[in-house]
Design a protein around this ligand. Sequence first.
Ligand code: SAH
Length: 460
Amino acid sequence: MEKLTPPVEKNDYIDVTFEDLTHDGSGVAKVNGFPIFVQNALPGESGQVKVIKVKKGYAFGKLMNHSTVSEARVEPPCPVYKQCGGCQLQHVSYEGQLSFKQKQVQGVMERIGHLPNVPVLPTMGMTDPWRYRNKAQVPVANRDGGLVAGFYQQRSHDIIDMDMCLIQQQENDDVVQVVKSILEKYNVPAYHEQKHKGTIRHIMARYGLTTGEIMVVLVTRTSELPNKKHIIEEIVKAVPNVKSIVQNVNTKRTNVILGDQTNVLWGEEYIYDYIGDVKFAISAKSFYQVNPEQTKVLYDKALEYADLTGEETVIDAYCGIGTISLFLAQKAKKVYGVEIVPEAIEDAKRNAKLNNIDNAEFEVGEAEVVIPNWYKQGIKADVIVVDPPRKGCDEALLKTILKMKPKKVVYVSCGPATLARDLKILEEGGYQTVEVQPVDMFPHTTHVESVSQLILKEDN
Ligand code: SAH
């Protein structure tokens, strides 16, 4: 292979114009076709860049000054936006973010899927794209005789104290502040990562958007919690909508937040929330979509694409706690859900009962193993919904879909690149992608979620 000599060297100063944004929100400029990635630069902007690192096929630069500023650029409203790293697009107007996400999907359809003609619709965004997250998980540390609770500074484990997060439900922010001061009052020592000592590791808050119910989770290193009784009393007094206070014990040296053991300290084990008409029970450890308002938008679209009459058999692959399955079960004859995490399937079954849905069946296992087995047993779906993790669908699953030939495939994706790869395989096997609808589930971040409809072509 021909070796390209990078046209830039470390510490060069160059004037560039940015053409694109990467999937993590950096600006991309090209020098003789050689890409340079620069943080805080937007397409259409120009400026001077200092080259800070040169690799074989690309380089990183630092923006020294702007000569042209994009119309999409806004002042990020969060004071700790740069240090936190939880959001990546607050410096882009919301309209600009939605259009970036649409282009991102369009781009991979062309580059990776070689499907330039697939219609990618404008991203469905939120009317108010702030304070949408229903779950906060905030690390705690001791500092200057008190507690700090906030976020890890980027690329480090230093905790920056924070009293609000603009993408968090206000209720969660309030809970974190109140609980922090109660723990401080009772001198509960914070967990010290290096020494593996101390008690409180994380404060977690979950909020049921439609019910207003709140769960407080105290994640501790040890099962004892000093002054437990007083702490509970004070939380109950200070948080009027609290329905559940639980302690999760995580004894391990790990970055994983939750441990194996969960004890209910006060109230219920679950809080509840609705997506549309479907009620969900949420425990401390349950997976549950973090933006339920947009989840409804996404699932309504999935339901529209499934186009059910009540007679269909539907498979929901990668079903999690059965959110999509239960949504579809109301309009289908039978739904089969499959998911690899046993606890999620337990939740799915519990949620089916909670909603008196008796035409949904759930099985634990790998979609690429379980669905071929179902096929062997004679189960044939009219519609298959897939909602895989970022790495996309396993090839064995795609092959089974091509054999089973459901009339429709609805593909919910959180990874545009693997979506494009998988759509290509399904297209080659006889499906046509009708359209791709990006839905903004995570405003101000670079996450791109979408739902696509595929139909089996007539002669297949
Ligand atoms: N459809 C769900 C969750 C989708 S997230 C919802 O809308 O809530 C993707 C899910 O796929 C996760 O729950 C993950 O545990 C599961 N998963 C990952 N690999 C899998 C596999 N090979 N087979 C089945 N499920 C898998």
